[in-house]
Design a protein around this ligand. Sequence first.
Ligand SMILES: Nc1nc2c(ncn2[C@@H]2O[C@H](COP(=O)(O)OP(=O)(O)OP(=O)(O)O)[C@@H](O)[C@H]2O)c(=O)[nH]1
Ligand SMILES: [Mg+2]
Length: 275
Amino acid sequence: MKNIQWFPGHMTKSMRQISESAKLIDGVICVVDARAPFSCINKKLGEIFLNKPIIFALNKSDLVERADLNKMLFKFKEQGFIATPVIATDKKSTLNCLNILKGELKEKVERNALKGKPIRVSVIGIPNTGKGTFINSLCGQKKAITGDKAGVTRSTQWVKINGVELLDTPGTMPPSFDSQELARKLAYIGSINDDILDKEEICLELIKELMQICPEKLNEKYKIQCQDKEGLAVYEEICKKRGFLLRGGDYDYTRCANAVIDDFRKGRIGKICLE
Ligand SMILES: Nc1nc2c(ncn2[C@@H]2O[C@H](COP(=O)(O)OP(=O)(O)OP(=O)(O)O)[C@@H](O)[C@H]2O)c(=O)[nH]1
Ligand SMILES: [Mg+2]
C-alpha cells in the first residue's frame, strides 16, 4: 500500500506564522472534524499554545450520530480537554463555542472591555475541518475563503467581530503521521490533498472500514449485500450497481472511488464516526 505523507512547504511557513502570532493570542479554538476528532489533533500546533486556554470545536457534528458525538465529547473531557459540538454554518453553535472560550478568559475579557481592547483568538486545525466556515458564521460575512478540499487557506488573516479579533490560519498537518491508519482516516474526511492520494486504494480501505463499523449503511446506500464478502468484491459490486464500467466491461474503479469517497464526505452514506 502506498504510504501517505503530506507536509508541503507552505505548512512549514504556516507553522511559523502561527508561532509568531502566538504571543498576541489570548485563547485558541481548535477546529476538529467530529467524524475523527482525535485523529485531527496536531500536537505540534498544540505545543505552540501550551499555556493558553484552548477549546476543541467538534465541527461537522451534523455528520455523526448524537450518541457517537456524546461518546467523543466524553472522551475529550476524560482527557482534561474542553470540547463542544459545532456545526460551523450554524451561528448559534459557533457563538456558543466562542462564549465557552470567553468564559475561560473571563478576567481578560473584563479587563480588556474596560480598555476598549478586543480579545484575540486563533482558530487552528488541520486542513478542511471548517475553520474558515466557523469564522464566517461568527462574523456573518464571507471574510474567509472556504472550499471543500484540503488546503484552501494559505495565509493567516485577522477578522474582527464585536470585542473579538479572530485569526484564520491555514490548515496545518503534523510533520509526520503517528500511523497510516490515522492518515487514512484523514484522507477519508478530506483533510489530505487528493492529488497525493491513490483514490482507488483509499476507496478500498474506506469500504473495508465501513464494512466493519456500519455494514448496514453501506448495504442500504448502494443496495448491496456486503456481509461475508471481501472488500474488493464489495467495491466491484458497487461498480456494477452504479454502472461504473469501462468500454469492454471492466470495472471503472476510479469513477467508483471518486463517487464513494464523495458520498462518504458529504454524509450520503449516513452519519458515520470513524473513532
Ligand atoms: N456538513 C458540514 N460541512 C461543513 C461544516 N463546516 C464546514 N463544512 C464544509 O467543510 C469544507 C471546508 O470548510 P473550510 O471552512 O474551507 O475549512 P478550513 O478548515 O478553513 O480548510 P483549510 O483552509 O483548507 O484548512 C467546506 O466545504 C465547508 O462547507 C459543518 O459543520 N458541517
Ligand atoms: Mg480555511
